[in-house]
Design a protein around this ligand. Sequence first.
Ligand code: NAD
Length: 262
Amino acid sequence: MNGAEFERDTALVTGAGSGIGKGAALRLAKGGAFVGLLGRTEDELEETLAEIRAGGGDGMVLVADVSQADQMAEAVGRLIDARKGLQIVVANAGINGTWAPIDDLKPEEFDKTIAINLRGTYLTLHHTVPFLKKTGGSIIVMSSINGTRTFTTPGATAYSATKAAQLAMVQQLALELGRHGIRINAICPGAIETEIDDNTNVRKKRQTEVPVEFPEGDIPLTGGESGTIEDIADVVAFLASDASRHVTGTPIWVDGGQSLLR
Ligand code: NAD
């Protein structure tokens, strides 16, 4: 444990069974927060909880699909019943979905990306904000460089649209929720080493890609190496903590400068 910066806090992290969500959950638990681990895959969530407990922290598993209103209401209800309050929400669950030319992208593929990434973010906030209003708190939305600074990922139209919309929600809600002492910010990661590529369906990439070549690789800070889960988790901790008490409605690009190139 490294102190108790979140000792009195309860956190909810969606998509906590792998990747960035798992890293955020471990980091918040390390700071003393009790973490509700929400996701679709129970055994992965149990594994995250086991790692948290091995590190001296605690939390609970909440199996739910972020795109389903009834499941989200039930999962948040279980966390509140167990803890009474809620101070930190990390709306992280998301998929890359299908990356394809616009005339090839099927309506059901478009809808699936919107349902999980955008409706899922809405439902996460819709069901948690009533509890955050009681004590104030911090919401962190996991957006992306795609849709906020980068528009060259081939075929990623639906994905980029959800990530742009998440940032719009953050800015809109910063004003709406400020009076309740709730801060809301977005993290926009660049390429991070996770399992998200397993959930990516890419078609006809050559029809949509824009060839751009840079002499020194496309992540200036690392010479091309992807970022790590911990690179994101430390920014989650900053935005959840009192160190960011005057920060709201703000995107933070955590990408080693990648999105400034393309
Ligand atoms: P990941 O696939 O490792 O993790 C995503 C998690 O979300 C998984 O645990 C998955 O089970 C869960 N999930 C997916 N659909 C769900 C649903 N309907 N209901 C509940 N849980 C669901 O991917 P990751 O890279 O850790 O991605 C996390 C977030 O970070 C996403 O929003 C993604 O868009 C964003 N992001 C990732 C990168 C990157 O390079 N990895 C870059 C920018 C943004």
